[in-house]
Design a protein around this ligand. Sequence first.
Ligand code: ADP
Ligand code: MG
Length: 357
Amino acid sequence: MSSKNGKRDFLDMDKRTELDQLGEFGLIDRLTKDTKKYQDSTVLGVGDDAAVIDAGDKYQLVSTDMLVEGIHFNLMYVPLMHLGYKAAIVNFSDIYAMNGDVTQITVSIALSNRFSIEAVEEIYKGIHKACELYQVDLVGGDTTSSTSGLIISITALGEVAKDEIVYRSGAKENDLLVVSGNLGGAYMGLQILEREKEVYKDNPEMQPELEGCDYILERQLKPEARKDIVHFLKELGIKPTSMIDVSDGLASEALHLAKHSELGVVVYDEKLPVDQETYNAARDFNLDASTAALNGGEDYELLFSISQTDYDKVKDNEHLTVVGHFVDKNAGSSIVDRGGTQIPLTAQGWNHFEGEE
Ligand code: ADP
Ligand code: MG
């Protein structure tokens, strides 16, 4: 073992690259770029919301997401039941983003002796609740100990008819970019919880100021996955040309669709759907509500592209908003601000490795 900048190295090599130099997506690319495929049944591996496996007359979908205490949640304000519920929901969301249905989950959990059996049971109450509501079966998992924090990793299995699958990569030039529901609420809910946590730390006698924030707190603590939208689109006779779920903010996800479809995307700031509570909270925090919508994340809405010929089917729909369109790759990706100025679209997203020492 060698040591450099006071950090221990795990390999005796001259070169050491810090995790934050690559960011999350860069790291995944680097780790998986030489992945070999040995099975004919693997239709799509790394790179979409779920892996796609040929299961005969259908495609099987597989997706994993991990939640880590101190990174993704803080038990000072997240009730354990909500944590279990959310851990399941974020996985369901990735399957719906493939236009599929969730069928089963496995749940892996690492716990320290800080947690009682009753506490773990609370987490499972939330998982069972999500399974009941979305009609998903819990079929296995793994349980182990951890030195301090709590980690929950869930794998969701799903299925989709072969001609119904939607990838991140199918958008065409001039297709419309559409998002379900509204954006930025979960992020503003988190800001409220963080603020009240600080107030509580300074003065445990103070009552938290949560009035008028019910909706955005629910968006943060008890999100839903948009199974209803997948079914609704079928009823409308729309098959999206590409789709992704909004876990990291609309900017990052729109750029993923553009990149995988080898196109550029134009997003209109004034079109972004923002709820009044989100807007009010953003104002209180001196934030631009559009920034929360573009970069906040955790909304778990569906972002997808449709052909212009489907415009009439979505235009007056209260659940769906057209927020932009796809353009030639050479035109690049941009956002048109409220003054009409076009500026490059960038994804701030989240870098979980930042500042880790
Ligand atoms: P999402 O936000 O939809 O959950 P991610 O950004 O987490 O997707 O992951 C992007 C892609 O990279 C997915 O296809 C995922 O399966 C894959 N991936 C993420 N981490 C790893 C890893 N450590 N090894 C292999 N593949 C990974
Ligand atoms: Mg996803």
